[in-house]
Each structure stands twice: as C-alpha cells, then as structure tokens.
Design a binder for this molecule. Structure first.
Ligand code: E4P
Length: 225
C-alpha cells in the first residue's frame, strides 16, 4: 500500500515526510484554501518536498471537460508532467479522462462515493480512483467496504487501476484497508500522527533506557559506551 500525505501545510508535510515512509502528497481545493496563499506557490513547495519523481496530486475545479483538460495542461506545465491530475468523477470528468488518458496524463479520479463511479473512471483510463472513506461512513454506509468492493471490481475486470483511499478520520479505517492490501491510502497529517501514537510504546522505551542507564550511567548510548 502506498502511504500518501493528504495535506498542504508545508511545515507539517515536511515534518511527516522526514519521519514517515511516504510516497507522495495529495491536495484538493479545500486543502489548498487553508494556506490562504497562491495555489501554485504552495504546490511548487510540495513538489520540492516530494522531489521531481515523487507523487503529487492536484485537483481541477472546472465543471466541464474542456476546462478540466485546459487545467490539466497548466498543472503539468507548472508542476511536472508526472503530476497526477485529480478529476472529479462526473460525466464531464469521465469525458476529460477519456481525452487525457491516451495522451499519457496521470489521472486520479476523485470524489468517489460509489463503486460504479470507480469502475467507469478506471474504464476511462484513470490510474487511481479515490473513494472518500469517512464521508461515505458519514452517510451511514461503509466506506472501507466500498473501497474493498472497488479493489475487487478492478481485479475481477482486469482493470489496471488502483484504489487511492482518501478521507480518513481514524486509524481503524486505515488499518482495515492496509490489511486488505489496498493500492494506496492518502491520510491527513493529524491522522498519520495518531497511527502509532501510544503511551505503552513510550513507557516501554523509558524502561529500556533507564535499565541501560543503570549499567552505563545517564546519557550514554550504544555509540559511546
Ligand atoms: C482526497 O482525494 C480527498 O480530497 C480528501 O481526502 C477528502 O478528505 P476529507 O473528507 O477529510 O475532506
């Protein structure tokens, strides 16, 4: 499973990128709006963090296929041709995907709430489809199950598309999809930080360290005793 950061807070993304085994960064217009800055200024900084070969996903805002295609061109021109263009999975979005995919554009089909949207996006050439786990849960449906169904549909139909599960609010949602071997998960910094936050881990390490100090003295490590 690819492990992707769903955030555009530059300081936070840098910190998480430095510590965790990350594969890329995803954004959407709401995430970019939180910065209050020019979107391309923020996105260029994110591109620097992930490197020229890292995954960066950027969403279009046009509602019609023509506008989406135009935005895709500018996004790739400014941020690199390998940038994933996130396209909402509407009928106009599918039209844009059908045009862009044969041109070699990396497409992430987004705003996915149902398996049928994902199936059609994959048929239209998307490389990733992004079901919104927590938002689906909030409707009273099961977001994790929707993501699993999408993965099964891709396998059963030999569709070369991966699930990029998004919109996580807790570790349990991430764990369930990790166990299922989902293609990728994109997770906000706060949820990432809670994935392995556990007082039992800290307590265990404290005991190891104080036992070690009892034979070497305070502040010594395996590097200097
Ligand atoms: C990713 O593609 C989505 O834009 C994002 O994960 C939505 O997350 P939210 O439901 O927390 O806003």
């Amino acid at each position: 499973m690819k492990f992707i950061i769903d955030d555009a807070n530059i300081a936070k993304v840098k910190e998480i990128w430095d510590l965790y085994p990350c594969d890329g960064v995803t954004t959407n217009p709401s995430i970019l709006a939180k910065s209050g800055r020019n979107p391309y200024e923020v996105l260029s900084e994110l591109r620097e963090i992930v490197g020229k070969d890292g995954e960066l996903h950027v969403q279009v805002v046009s509602k019609d296929a023509e506008g989406m295609i135009k935005e895709a061109g500018v996004i790739r021109e400014k941020l690199g041709e390998n940038t994933f263009v996130k396209i909402p999975t509407t009928p106009q979005g599918l039209k844009a995907m059908k045009t862009l995919a044969p041109q070699g554009v990396n497409i992430t089909a987004t705003a996915i709430y149902t398996p049928m949207q994902a199936f059609l996006a994959a048929k239209a050439g998307a490389k990733y489809t992004a079901p919104y786990i927590n938002r689906i849960d909030n409707f009273g449906y099961n977001g994790v199950q929707v993501a699993m169904d999408i993965q099964d549909i891709f396998e059963n139909n030999n569709l070369p598309c991966e699930v990029l599960a998004a919109s996580f609010k807790n570790s349990q949602q991430v764990l369930e999809l990790t166990k299922y071997g989902i293609g990728a998960a994109t997770i906000g910094c706060e949820v990432i930080e809670n994935l392995i936050r556990n007082k039992a881990i800290d307590a265990a390490i404290d005991v190891f360290n104080s036992d070690f100090a009892s034979i070497t003295g305070e502040g010594k490590t395996m590097a200097d005793c």
